[in-house]
Design a protein around this ligand. Structure first.
Ligand SMILES: Cc1cc2nc3c(=O)[nH]c(=O)nc-3n(C[C@H](O)[C@H](O)[C@H](O)COP(=O)(O)OP(=O)(O)OC[C@H]3O[C@@H](n4cnc5c(N)ncnc54)[C@H](O)[C@@H]3O)c2cc1C
Length: 439
């Protein structure tokens, strides 16, 4: 029997990261020398912000290292949200560190801040530290919501890779800094921490994907039109059971086709893994997704994963409501077929603009029939005065709604509105399990 999958809970991960921050602060505390002098005060605070910024960079990299236990327990979308939020704090700490160090030096030497900046650039390690900070600022600026929407995903991603260079520069700066240079044990631990995160990144972002590609030899075997602008892609490979992909999870797919090989895109499995085949169902909404419908059988595919925590392990109740909006049906279709349950335990609500936009309809109806599960289509434009996702409308369809776990997947606006309506209808937030299709 295969070993059970390890999953880190969101709380355990946050507790671990917070404990690390407390330990770093303790490292600073034992070295801090109380003084009433302004320059010392600036320098002491610069050390604290610098150490926390270095630790923060490491924590942000760890969140994105794609460690399976973290991905499966916390979920990629939540990790991405924490990374985006944490990144802002780390950037603030980096800038605070630079400003405090400058002010400390200026107060110590009696020069102005500009003169201090010019002086400090002459010190070995400080120019590279400044370059690292500038890179982080560039990454932060391109990630700001207003700009991110205008930048192509590939450009944003390429800029983001600079974080690794920034992290290396920051590490070199910290090792030569007073907090670590004076304490061999602290320097050793700091190096160990960096080596561990670096190894995890290399292993899970480079080695594992290459190994999976060589081992499974995945190829497209069929591309099927499911509805307007929506296609299913069926892929076949060897030994796919070893991936241990669960219904509700997603992979990052790179199709080795002339038009698509440059990018890897996240898509959920729209059916459970069976007979060494994987299936995704894709809605055309941009350049790459439009090209997918022109894929031909035989095209090789690199799939990295599985990722995501929208799986059966989150379930706490016998009764389950699956609530899908648009192409958010894909992971829920796989769960609808596989979540254990007796007749009457499962309900699927599928929100779409019109009947023509429903996809995988025959399959959903066949599953509902076979399992004795309820299936309702909630059709109509999103600005319709009748809101089928209002608390009362939801309770009419599912009278014992408050007794359910809810799996929710749909466009961001619909997901937010549905989660709020579910809570008003009595479902506790902890029992609403959702996944966003945007990082
Ligand atoms: C976990 C997850 C599961 C998903 N599952 C499905 C699914 O089953 N079916 C489906 O149709 N869609 C799914 N999506 C959405 C799908 O990945 C995007 O629609 C697709 O990447 C858009 O690519 P594009 O170049 O055609 O569109 P663009 O117009 O270039 O981008 C549209 C949006 O998609 C985002 N995006 C583009 N490229 C990427 C990328 N490489 N990685 C992450 N986001 C990107 C952009 O930030 C942008 O907001 C899923 C997304 C995520 C995050």
């Amino acid at each position: 029997m295969p070993a059970p999958l390890l999953r880190t809970s969101p709380r355990a991960l946050l507790t671990g990261l917070a404990t690390g921050a407390v330990l770093v602060t303790t490292l600073w505390l034992v070295q801090a020398e109380p003084s009433g002098r302004l320059d010392v005060l600036f320098a002491t605070l610069a050390h604290l912000s610098g150490l926390l910024a270095g630790y923060g960079i490491l924590a942000m990299l760890l969140l994105m290292a794609r460690v399976p236990a973290v991905e499966h327990g916390v979920g990629a979308d939540r990790l991405a949200r924490w990374h985006a939020l944490g990144g802002r704090y780390v950037l603030t700490l980096c800038c605070a560190h630079a400003v405090l160090a400058l002010c400390g030096y200026a107060a110590h030497t009696g020069t102005d801040v500009i003169g201090a900046a010019v002086d400090l650039m002459g010190y070995p390690g400080l120019a590279t530290a400044a370059a690292g900070t500038a890179l982080l600022v560039a990454v932060g600026v391109t990630s700001a919501r207003a700009l991110r929407r205008r930048v192509r995903h590939e450009t944003w991603r390429a800029t983001h890779l600079l974080t690794y260079v920034a992290a290396a520069l920051a590490f070199a700066h910290q090792l030569s800094g007073p907090d670590l240079a004076g304490g061999p044990l602290a320097a050793w631990l700091w190096t160990l921490l960096h080596t561990t995160v670096g190894t995890l990144l290399i292993w899970y972002r480079l080695v594992v994907p290459v190994r999976q590609a060589l081992r499974h030899g995945l190829r497209v075997v069929e591309v099927r039109v499911e509805g307007p602008g929506v296609v299913s892609v069926v892929m076949q490979g060897l030994g796919l059971d070893a991936l241990r992909a669960e219904p509700g999870q997603f992979f990052r797919w790179r199709f080795l086709d002339r038009r698509l090989w440059r990018t890897s895109l996240p898509f959920s499995l729209s059916a459970p893994v069976r007979d060494d085949t994987l299936r995704i169902t894709v809605k055309a909404c941009g350049d790459h997704t439009r090209r997918i419908r022109r894929l031909r059988p035989g095209v090789r595919v690199l799939a990295t994963g599985p990722f995501g925590a929208l799986t059966a392990h989150r379930r706490t109740r016998r009764k389950v409501l699956l609530l899908a909006g648009g192409v958010g049906i894909t992971p829920l279709r796989a769960l609808f077929e596989t979540l254990p349950g007796d007749p009457g335990d499962l309900t699927l609500l599928y929100r779409a603009g019109s009947a023509a936009q429903l996809v995988l309809r025959e399959e959903l109806e066949a599953i509902a029939d076979a399992r004795g599960a309820a299936l309702h289509y909630l059709l109509g434009p999103s600005d319709d005065p009748f809101d089928p996702l209002a608390p009362r409308a939801l309770r009419n369809l599912v009278p014992d709604l408050a007794e359910h776990d809810v799996y929710l997947c749909g466009p961001p606006g619909m997901s937010r509105a549905a989660a709020a309506a579910l809570e008003r209808a009595g479902v506790p937030a902890a029992r609403i399990h959702s996944e966003q299709f945007t990082f």
